[in-house]
Design a protein around this ligand. Structure first.
Ligand code: PMV
Length: 349
């Protein structure tokens, strides 16, 4: 039997970084997906195949139940040890975390006492296929966590969206403990949402959003830590910026209701100024934004910044001009909003 789930990547339209400190944010799921396929195996291992490589981790048996070699790092975060007792690479941790939670019924998805992993199988093989670029702010890790949750647990039970979201945020925390959870939310539900209310937003105008990749990978954890330092050193200004961000998001919601793409674009550029002030932009990003200025209604970072991607609201007639303006070393593509969110199916073989 195969349990297959896919989840969309995402862009953050407004509110990245500030959302970690409690502000609202607007996010949209995009038409690029991660697919995770899970099958039973006869080996007492969890095998994970992805474009980053393959690992196979043996299970240990504790009190008659299977368990992965789990440990805590110096910050108290759960880490896993492979067969050689080396720490499992961070990219693989969410999958091991999920397999472990499934096997030990930590989320009480199964009725207590009703579930014994070895009654059903000996091991798992998890395969990840993705068309979301990695490490550039398009939600590849959250989409992986969401799709993996639905796929791994789906071998036994179809989870509700609420269950998928709750468990996938736990998985994402094995990579980035301070996540706001906004990314997993939009990857689960799809569409455009206002965080934290999970309110779906309908845009009256066609959002022709262009995503341009600086090709500079970033670390969300490092950027978020940098912003926390900025906050520590500039408490009053940071609090003002959070208020400004919340106000800006209210204006964006009104602009969308009024079919006002011009204001939407202006607010994107205003949000970019806040991101520059908290120092998550850099020369490459600023250069890309100024190259697109003439032909876009608004341009900004999407995601953690310090590299990664920018998004631009571009009128139809100008879309073709973008590659020439950005230069050959940058990738760009049009984003369509995904409305489906996570999708799951099971194939009996
Ligand atoms: O670049 P990404 O996709 O990891 O985006 C992170 C967004 C932040 O607001 C910086 C962090 C978060 O958890 O919301």
């Amino acid at each position: 039997m195969k349990s297959i789930a896919s989840a969309p990547g995402k862009i953050i339209l407004f509110g990245e970084h500030f959302v970690v400190h409690g502000t609202k944010a607007i996010l949209a799921a995009i038409n690029k997906r991660v697919t995770v396929t899970t099958t039973f195996t006869d080996n007492k291992t969890i095998k994970i195949n992805s474009e980053l490589g393959t690992i196979e981790i043996p299970m240990t048996i504790k009190d008659g139940e299977p368990k992965m070699n789990e440990d805590k790092d110096e910050n108290g975060n759960v880490i896993f040890k492979g067969s050689s007792h080396e720490e499992v690479k961070s990219e693989f941790r969410p999958f091991v975390f999920l397999a472990n939670r499934l096997m030990t019924n930590s989320d009480n998805v199964w009725h207590p006492g009703n579930f014994h992993f070895f009654d059903h199988c000996l091991g798992l093989e998890i395969t990840i296929d993705s068309d979301i670029p990695i490490g550039v702010g398009l939600g590849s890790s959250s989409a992986c966590c969401v799709a993996a949750t639905a796929s791994i647990f789906g071998l036994f039970k179809e989870l509700s969206s609420e269950e998928i979201l709750k468990i996938s945020i736990g998985a994402e925390k094995t990579i980035f403990p301070d996540t706001s959870g906004a990314d997993c939310t939009v990857c689960t539900y799809g569409g455009m949402i206002e965080h934290p209310n999970i309110e779906k937003i309908d845009s009256a105008f066609d959002l022709n959003l262009l995503i341009a990749n600086s090709m500079i990978p970033h670390s969300t954890k490092n950027s978020v830590e940098k912003v926390s330092k900025f906050k520590e050193n500039n408490e009053e200004r940071f609090s003002q910026l959070c208020d400004l961000e919340n106000g800006l998001i209210d204006e964006v919601i009104t602009a969308m209701k009024n079919n006002d793409a011009t204001t939407f674009g202006l607010k994107m550029s205003e949000n970019q100024k806040y991101l520059e002030e908290i120092q998550v932009s850099n020369e490459t990003i600023n250069g890309m934004i100024s190259s697109l200025k003439e032909i876009s209604l608004g341009t900004k970072i999407t995601g953690a910044g310090d590299g990664g991607c920018v998004i631009a609201l571009v009128k139809d007639e100008n879309v073709n001009k973008v590659p020439a303006l950005l230069g050959k070393d940058k990738e760009c593509f049009s984003a369509k909003i995904d409305t489906k969110g996570v999708v799951w199916s099971k194939i009996e073989e």
